[in-house]
Design a protein around this ligand. Structure first.
Ligand code: C2E
Ligand code: CA
Ligand code: CA
Length: 269
């Protein structure tokens, strides 16, 4: 196996964070981070309505390191601030390119960490880049995990309000996994929910997952929220989600995350 194929996945002990943190530093210095894009597809039209930007780390020494290994470490060490600024800059630069390819009304879904929202000036950074690249604020969706709301709800709500005031959309990621109370949803003035893929996975053969997905979609509709189901891998899942009234889907069935060049080749006719 070549080093390129090795997936660095040490134990989930925080003691490993020292080594991951060193790799993050090297990767920041040597430009080993890159962005990939996964299409978001409208259930009604089958057309691409957006892309989610996802960061990748390819270390020459350790191979591919999955983001769910290095993002928590980067949040813990504060490296997410520098990495997050790089991600925002690269993803918005790529979004400018996507918009120039005539794909129509397209949105960029950008993952942000609560650490960035609370400890950096990402509001100024994002607004200045949107302006510089002539991207309408309404074409940007910031995704924050449901768990992030539970700690520091007041500060997070304040940060959301600043973005909402400028027309940027706020979405809750991994909905259903974080035990955020339903009353938090009202407090946070969000635009949409992403149903976690662990529930979508069982929608066709697990009664509890089906009940949860249908309840979340019905609740979102009543609250006037948009909804995206992630991790759609089979036609049956897609069909059920469509019947339940889900607007937009994302998953390997519709398209895997890919480089900007390949995404444009695939989706811009
Ligand atoms: P997420 O935001 O929930 O992103 C969706 C994850 O599900 C991505 O994993 C994507 O590749 C994967 N996925 C999409 N469709 C399918 C499917 O049909 N089946 C399966 N099994 N997986 C699917 P990825 O890229 O490994 O990212 C993992 C997590 O790392 C993300 O979860 C997000 O929490 C975090 N992350 C990734 N990129 C960024 C980033 O730029 N900034 C921040 N703060 N976090 C990021
Ligand atoms: Ca996400
Ligand atoms: Ca998610």
């Amino acid at each position: 196996m070549s080093t390129q194929q090795i997936v660095f996945c040490p134990d989930r002990e925080t003691s490993d964070w020292d080594s991951i943190s060193k790799i993050i530093n090297q990767a920041l210095q040597n430009k080993h981070f890159s962005m990939v894009y996964q299409p978001l597809i409208s259930v009604n039209t089958g057309k691409v309505v957006g892309f989610e930007s996802l960061v990748r780390c390819q270390s020459p020494e350790f191979g591919v390191i999955p983001p769910d290994r290095f993002i928590p470490c980067a949040e813990h060490t504060g490296q997410i601030l520098e990495l997050g600024n790089w991600i925002i800059h690269q993803a918005l630069l790529d979004m400018k390119c996507i918009l120039n390819h005539g794909l129509g009304d397209i949105c960029l879904s950008l993952n942000v960490s609560p650490v960035q929202l609370l400890h950096s000036d990402i509001f100024e950074l994002i607004m200045s880049l949107l302006h510089k690249f002539a991207i309408p604020p309404s074409a940007l969706k910031l995704e924050l995990t449901e768990t992030a709301l539970i700690n520091n709800p007041q500060q997070i709500a304040k940060a959301f309000d600043a973005f909402k005031h400028e027309g940027v959309n706020i979405w809750l990621d991994d909905f259903g996994t974080g035990f955020a109370s339903l009353s938090l949803l009202r407090k946070f003035n969000i635009d949409g929910l992403k149903i976690d893929r662990s529930f979508v996975e069982g929608i066709a053969n697990n009664d509890d997952d089906f009940t949860l997905c249908s309840a979340v979609i019905a609740m979102a509709q009543r609250l006037g929220l948009h909804i995206i189901a992630e991790g759609v891998q089979t036609e049956t899942q897609l069909q059920i989600l469509g019947q339940l009234g889900c607007d937009v889907v994302q998953g390997y069935l519709l398209g895997k995350p890919d480089t900007l060049t390949n995404s444009l080749k695939m989706w811009a006719s």
